[in-house]
Design a protein around this ligand. Sequence first.
Ligand code: FER
Length: 266
Amino acid sequence: MKEFYIADDGIQLHAKLDVPEEKEKCPLVIVFHGLTGNMEERHITAVSSAMNEIGFATLRVELYGHGKSGGTFEQHNLMKWINNAMTVTDYAKTLDFVTDLYICGHSQGGLLTMLAAGMRADDFKAAIPMSPAIVIPDGARKGNLLGQPFDPEHIPDMVEWGDRHLSGNYLRTAQLLDVDEAIRKYEKPVLLIHGDADEAVPIEYSIDAAKKYKNAKLVQIPGDTHCYDEHLDQVTAAVKKFLARWRTGKGDITTGLTFGSQPCCS
Ligand code: FER
């Protein structure tokens, strides 16, 4: 594992690169966390490790205002995250050992994955949005995010959320995001993963997105939550199965491929 920072307009983005053992050249997946998340969350490390196990390098990056990266939570917004994703993609393209690039992200990072895939369709062989928070642009336009109502025509300075807040600029920028256009622009394979008991982002958003994409598959995780508290093993199995078609070299992909009753990790 290599830990380092990628500079984006003066902001240091904390990154960890995991390359499968004994690999000279291999594909690489960029992996993003969600809102208030970081690269060490259980579902992020599990997915990253699963990718490493089948011969894919992973680049986990913490986005503006999150983890050990620069910026504050209160000043973050999706436009800043989009710029982070562009910079990280530019960086990944400079890595000599990388054969092909893939992109994956959870929740707000899943929404980012969909947007970045549409913006850089030539650069990503496939995209894996996990529980993508497509509700964000929708809620920002309707005036309700995280259960907090606000006037979408007269955006407040901030929306309180526990001991944190989302800034007015977060809401303003979220209103302008065009998920349908990003979906239209990405015709390559997409794997959507979503728990059908997701309490934060209703699965209907992913069902709808899967229909709109030219080439998408939705894996529904029965009874599972936003962060896959029940069946993370099914998530990693789905990721392995999806990526296996591009796998180069050796590595056992049968591990964890049965959607069974393995206890989830903690
Ligand atoms: C919301 C639902 C989910 C929302 C954000 C999320 C800002 C993101 C969750 C995550 O990234 O885990 O209404 O509003």
